[in-house]
Design a protein around this ligand. Structure first.
Ligand code: MGD
Ligand code: MGD
Ligand code: MO
Length: 748
């Protein structure tokens, strides 16, 4: 491709250093991660991975690396890993297995999937994936080429990223990410780039999470260059304590806060009048909505100071280049899409779209999308997708099926029977799904379940009939394109283990058996080269030259480059940024952003609040774990060894709790009358907002009894969550619940 920049290297991608071989590459999964840092992987004379370090030549992370990647040699060499395909020989839930050869495993899966397709339709086979991991293109290709539209994450309400993405698309036809210069090979030195004046970190904790392609330390790099930070979080995070302003907000009330900031910008005339006039529609209607959200009103709702809301709004509006570094906290409430719309509106009001040091359009992921295979499924098969009948919003470009609808179909056999599941890169019973008992009972009704995972997990133990092990990132080749960084990057094999297959090799082999026309390649390297065709590279060339950067321009809306018709403007029906959203209106949802109180909650269910007097948020990311992963890694486990509940000292004192003791966290599952609970260790910290507690998610004990599912039903906080999702089909209450806390009795 013309204008591409490659980072020049003075060494080949594999070279000797001392007695070791170094392989340069990038990290991905397994084990899980959202990023893809440049890494140097060191192997010894036996081919064993002994050390991983950050690659100082890679502009993405500039040599820095998180603790999970530094500990990857233990993951790769961990004795607990599954290394051979297995078949269940006992009942589901029993730890009884028989090893198989790869051929036997593929024969069995091919035979079963073909049988279900012939007798119940391809839609009876469901495909499940986890977050971020690089299986996305190859699992959709497998599902869609096989003819099944029922592919997706087991996440209720697609409550990760999707609400932010679709909240943004509703207004602007695109999604936008913070501009940290990640799209340029020369990064902060690039003359086109400008450092953002303000970074508003909203429901995100960039340093431990490094979420969705945004490397957390970029925020610090910008702070060192003068950016000011505003943090909006119920907890004073590390970054919060170094922020210009820290708004300790009640979980689930972010939309009210965003509308109040909009109110200040409008009332004080701080919004970018010229930009709004020229590029936005719906401003008058938006103005009416925010009128009702004075800072005083929002202060009462959000438990923050009204003057701090004013200050935050002024700082953001007056900045030359401002980023909203938002996170999954905004997605994890039933009314997530409208909340994300409320936050995204602030970008529109201030013209922080497509501008240096503001928000940029993520890179063209088209190269990667080449692999997805959406054109491979027949329209009449795709029309059987579970979700759009109940939630029209799924027709607004959402490719996946709805987890709730798939699980409900397992339970009822309606609208048609489901027979099988392919679970690759996800652990629904421990982490992803709400109400894990219900999820377990539903999946148990399926005839045949395959799990592809490097480790035994509660999900695998409870459900798998066939288990396929999988190579980790240092043991395989792979590609990554796009991903918020506008770059071409390869995952390079450092460890050669011919007994292990990668996810892509597994899916290619199964694809070749089930639908050979859609999988015309002999090996995955050829498959990757086919994806790179549009930029004129082969996989081997990319491997040698990566990372490569594709050309980037700001202000594409002015030059017609955001629209296929070449007209200036945005990819919306009006061509403008729609503060009043036509897309929302078209799917029967309110076109303007709104605030809804969480249910249950202090305001909506006062009687429940009396009994469960804490607002509970869950799942704040820790440095040492990625969701349910890394618990078997001794180095990482030592950093944070058991699930904690974080509580303010005044609250702990009132309950007579002491640091380190075990407690039950118990709460209502919505308003159904059911309750759920899980065990936690008390962590007393003044960083928590009083009246709010925060707990880790995705806990299990890999050292526990497999037939008790590794204690997952003692430890999984998702047992406190209601079933279902928001009115759009997106958003679920993972982060705004109610609970009470009491001591675990002896013997419990
Ligand atoms: N309470 C609460 N629950 C939450 C959240 C929360 O904040 N609070 N967050 C939610 C969010 S945002 C998400 S995205 C989900 C994530 O949920 P999941 O994506 O299901 O996360 P994991 O539990 O880590 O499951 C991943 C599984 O895949 C395996 N694995 C990892 N990498 C690979 C790979 O490359 N190939 C294969 N074949 N297997 C691999 C791991 O060993 C692990 O067993 O959790 C959700 N659950
Ligand atoms: N180390 C590690 N990294 C990860 C993951 C992991 O499990 N471990 N998971 C990956 C995944 S799938 C995702 S989606 C991302 C998520 O990454 P983030 O978006 O950072 O998500 P969290 O850490 O869950 O929450 C971010 C912050 O929101 C705060 N918060 C909680 N409730 C609310 C609320 O209602 N409003 C506001 N404003 N703030 C709230 C929490 O206290 C926390 O500090 O991280 C990814 N990266
Ligand atoms: Mo996520």
């Amino acid at each position: 491709m013309e204008g591409m920049t490659f980072v020049g290297h003075d060494k080949p991608f594999q070279y000797a250093d001392g007695g070791l071989t170094v392989t340069r590459g990038s990290a991905w999964s397994a084990p899980g991660c959202h990023l893809g840092c440049g890494v140097l992987m060191y192997t010894d004379e036996d081919g064993r991975l002994v050390k991983v370090e950050g690659d100082p030549e890679n502009p993405f992370n500039e040599g820095r690396l998180c603790v999970r990647c530094l500990a990857v040699p233990n993951a790769v060499n961990n004795p607990e890993r599954i290394r051979k395909p297995m078949r269940r020989i006992g009942e589901r839930g029993e730890d009884k297995w028989e090893e198989m050869t790869w051929d036997e495993a593929f024969d069995l899966i091919e035979e079963k999937f073909t049988y279900y397709k012939e007798n119940f339709g391809a839609e009876s086979v469901t495909f499940w994936q986890g977050t971020g991991r690089d299986i996305a293109a190859w699992i959709t290709r497998l599902a869609w080429s096989f003819g099944s539209p029922n592919y997706g994450p087991s996440l209720n309400g697609l409550a990760c990223y999707a609400p932010r993405v679709y909240g943004c698309i509703a207004l602007s036809g695109s999604f936008w990410v913070g501009d940290y210069s990640q799209q340029f090979a020369d990064r902060y030195d690039n003359p086109q780039w400008k450092r953002p004046d303000v970074i508003m970190v909203w429901g995100n904790n960039p340093l431990p999470a490094n979420s969705d392609g945004a490397y957390g330390h970029w925020v610090i790099d910008c702070m060192q260059r003068g950016s000011k930070v505003v943090t909006i979080d119920p907890k004073v995070t590390w970054l919060g304590s170094r922020s210009e302003l820290m708004l300790q907000v009640r979980p689930g009330t972010d939309a009210a806060l965003a509308l109040a900031m909009g109110n200040v910008m409008v009332e004080e005339g701080l919004y970018d009048e010229e930009f709004v006039e020229q590029w936005c529609t719906g401003f008058d209607e938006y103005k009416e909505v925010v009128k009702g959200y004075t800072p005083e009103k929002a202060a009462e709702i959000c438990w923050v100071d009204a003057d701090d809301i004013r200050k935050a709004a002024r700082m953001f509006a007056e900045a030359d280049g401002a980023i909203i570094q938002w996170g999954v906290a905004l997605d994890q409430k039933e009314e997530a899409v409208t909340a994300c719309q409320a936050v995204a509106s602030l970008l529109m009001l201030t013209g922080n779209i497509d501008n240096p040091g503001g928000m940029i359009k993520p890179p063209e992921v088209l190269m990667y999308l080449n692999g997805w295979g959406f054109d491979l499924i027949a329209p009449e098969q795709y029309a059987k997708r579970l979700g759009p009948d109940k939630y029209k919003f799924y027709n607004a470009g959402v490719p996946a099926a709805s987890a709730e609808c798939m699980i409900e179909a397992m339970e009822t056999g309606k609208p048609y029977p489901l027979k099988a599941a392919w679970i690759q890169t996800t652990n629904p019973l421990t982490c992803m799904g709400v109400d894990p008992q219900r999820t377990l009972e539903a999946f148990k009704k399926l005839d045949f379940i395959v799990v592809v995972d490097p480790f035994k997990t509660p999900t695998l133990m409870a459900l798998a009939d066939v288990v396929l092990p999988v190579a980790m990132f240092p043991e395989r080749n792979g590609i990554r394109c796009g991903d918020g960084a506008q770059r071409i990057e390869t995952i390079n094999k450092a460890v050669v283990d011919p007994t292990l297959l990668s996810d892509m090799e597994i899916n290619l082999e199964l694809g070749r058996r089930l639908c050979p026309d859609a999988w015309p390649w002999d090996n995955v390297e050829d498959m990757f080269s086919a994806v790179y065709e549009s930029v004129g590279l082969t996989f081997e060339e990319a491997q040698r030259k990566a990372p490569g950067y594709v050309p980037f321009e700001y202000y594409k809306y002015k030059t017609g480059k955001l629209r296929p018709d070449g007209q200036p403007g945005f990819m919306t029906p009006t061509g403008k940024l729609e503060l009043w959203s036509n897309m929302m209106d078209a799917v029967g949802l309110p076109p303007l952003p709104a605030y809804e109180e969480p249910t249950p909650g202090p305001v909506t269910t006062p009687e429940l609040y009396e009994k469960y007097p804490f607002v509970l948020t869950t799942g704040a990311r820790r440095f040492n774990t990625f969701h349910a992963e890394n618990r078997e890694n001794p180095y990482l486990r030592r950093i944070h060894s058991e699930p904690a509940v974080q509580i303010h000292p005044a609250d702990a004192e009132r309950l007579g709790l002491t640091e380190g003791e075990w407690v039950w966290v118990e709460g209502p599952k919505g308003t159904t009358g059911d309750i759920g609970r899980c065990k936690r260790v008390v962590e007393i910290t003044p960083t928590m907002l009083e009246g709010v507690v925060s707990t880790d998610h995705a806990w299990w004990h890999p050292e526990g009894d497999p037939e008790r599912l590794y204690d997952v039903f003692d430890l999984n906080v998702n047992q406190l969550m209601p079933w279902g999702c928001g009115p759009s089909g997106m958003g679920a209450n993972y982060k705004c619940l109610l609970c009470r806390i009491y001591k675990v009795e002896k013997g419990e």
